[in-house]
Design a binder for this molecule. Structure first.
Ligand SMILES: C[S@@+](CC[C@H](N)C(=O)[O-])C[C@H]1O[C@@H](n2cnc3c(N)ncnc32)[C@H](O)[C@@H]1O
Ligand SMILES: [Zn+2]
Length: 368
């Protein structure tokens, strides 16, 4: 089957409806992820002019790598699967672009060759590829994780094993997942004296995606570690507090309601997940040929403005907790701002928001 995505036409296998089969993998639902990748690569090249080579580390059909090649990147497409490699070659040729196609375990490839940008897009967790990618890439590592249940604490033991952190299943689970993922990646990079800084991150449709800008020095790695910490979350009243540093001091009881059902998650990434300027620059690079252009722009608008706070709230969940009716989001946020707090929408859902107000302050400010 032929499909058009962005400026390219690619051949992709028909996918069986149930799970993963023998065919080379292609997920049409990830089009937004791929469109955003192309836009982010364009924005990144303006920021870091020396960036020139791009490794599509798990290429499958080559959809990402071929699109990057059409955009002028010096691309390498890698996959373990010989059928995928053959398909990548055909898809490069079909679009009249050059690229190296490698049938290899990408962990081995990454220890042999250095790339400016590496894109890790595996089935499930990216952690088996994190060491090789973060130790050896020059500028930017883009990572997708689809194992959202371990990441957000719904599959607790798996999350602990894969990410060496305590994830907690809170009502802000998508953000918990993103922050657990970034934490694990930042700690992995730091082992190689690499400082990894997220410049664009989002949690969308059952996956988490982050773009990590790399600086190669022990000082940068130390600074990145400073972005880690813990969140203490009360299951009774939804109050939460964050605590920077690798040593946690969980309160015995909730400082807001006195309850004893306080969960501590960490080390998670407490720092900025998205650089507003980079989100805006990426939005400028979204082009009309992208099938998800409108959704990309909406998402990037929200990301640009999203307040830099470690957890978000959901108005509907709060109102349910307070047995109150929800109101229009704009009115709700206006009430918070009128009371002197900062408040913005968050990208995790239509009724999610970020604020510097504590849960008791939100309740008081919006009670009218
Ligand atoms: C989720 S698919 C990639 C989808 C693709 N990036 C896209 O945007 O459509 C994962 C791919 O990783 C490949 N893969 C799995 N382990 C690998 C490894 N160790 N080295 C290279 N490729 C690998 C699989 O063969 C599969 O094609
Ligand atoms: Zn409480």
């Amino acid at each position: 089957m032929q499909i058009r995505e962005g400026a390219v036409e690619i051949e992709v296998p028909e996918q069986e409806s149930e799970g993963i089969d023998d065919a080379v993998f292609f997920n049409p639902v990830q089009e937004l992820n791929r469109d955003l990748t192309v836009a982010a690569l364009r924005a990144y090249r303006e920021r870091e002019e020396r960036a020139n080579s791009y490794l599509d580390a798990m290429a499958a059909s080559g959809a990402r790598g071929v699109r990057a090649a059409v955009d002028g990147w010096d691309v390498t497409l890698c996959d373990l699967d010989p059928d995928a490699v053959a398909l990548c070659e055909r898809n490069l040729e079909r679009n009249g672009v050059e690229g190296e196609v490698v049938e290899r375990d990408v962990n081995a490839l990454l220890h042999e060759s250095v790339y400016d940008v590496v894109d890790i897009d595996p089935f499930g967790t990216p952690m088996p590829f994190a060491d090789a990618a973060l130790a050896n890439t020059r500028d930017l590592v883009c990572v997708t994780a689809t194992d959202t249940a371990p990441l957000c604490g719904a599959h607790f033991d798996s999350g602990v094993r894969k990410y060496s952190a305590i994830p907690r299943n809170t009502e802000y689970h998508a953000e918990m997942g993103l922050r657990v993922l970034v934490s694990a990646l930042v700690r992995t990079a730091a082992r190689y004296d690499v400082g990894a800084t997220p410049i664009l991150s989002h949690a969308t449709n059952h996956y988490a995606r982050t773009y990590l800008d790399l600086d190669h020095s022990a000082t940068d790695a130390n600074e990145a570690i400073d972005g880690l910490g813990h969140v203490h979350h009360c299951e009774d009243c939804l109050h939460r507090e964050s605590e920077p540093g690798l040593i946690a001091h969980p309160p015995e009881t909730c400082p807001n309601c006195g309850g004893n059902r306080v969960l501590t998650a960490g080390p998670i990434w407490l720092g900025q997940l998205t650089d507003s300027e980079f989100a805006a620059a990426t939005r400028e690079q979204v082009s009309e040929d992208m099938g998800t252009a409108e959704d990309c722009r909406d998402l990037l608008d929200t990301l640009e403005d999203e307040l830099d706070e470690p957890t978000h709230f959901d108005q509907h969940k709060l109102c349910k907790q307070w047995t109150r009716s929800a109101v229009a989001m704009d009115d709700f946020l206006e009430q918070l701002r009128d009371a002197g707090y900062e408040a913005t929408r968050a990208h995790y859902g239509g009724t999610t928001f970020k604020t510097d107000a504590a849960v008791s302050e939100i309740e008081a400010a919006t009670s009218e």
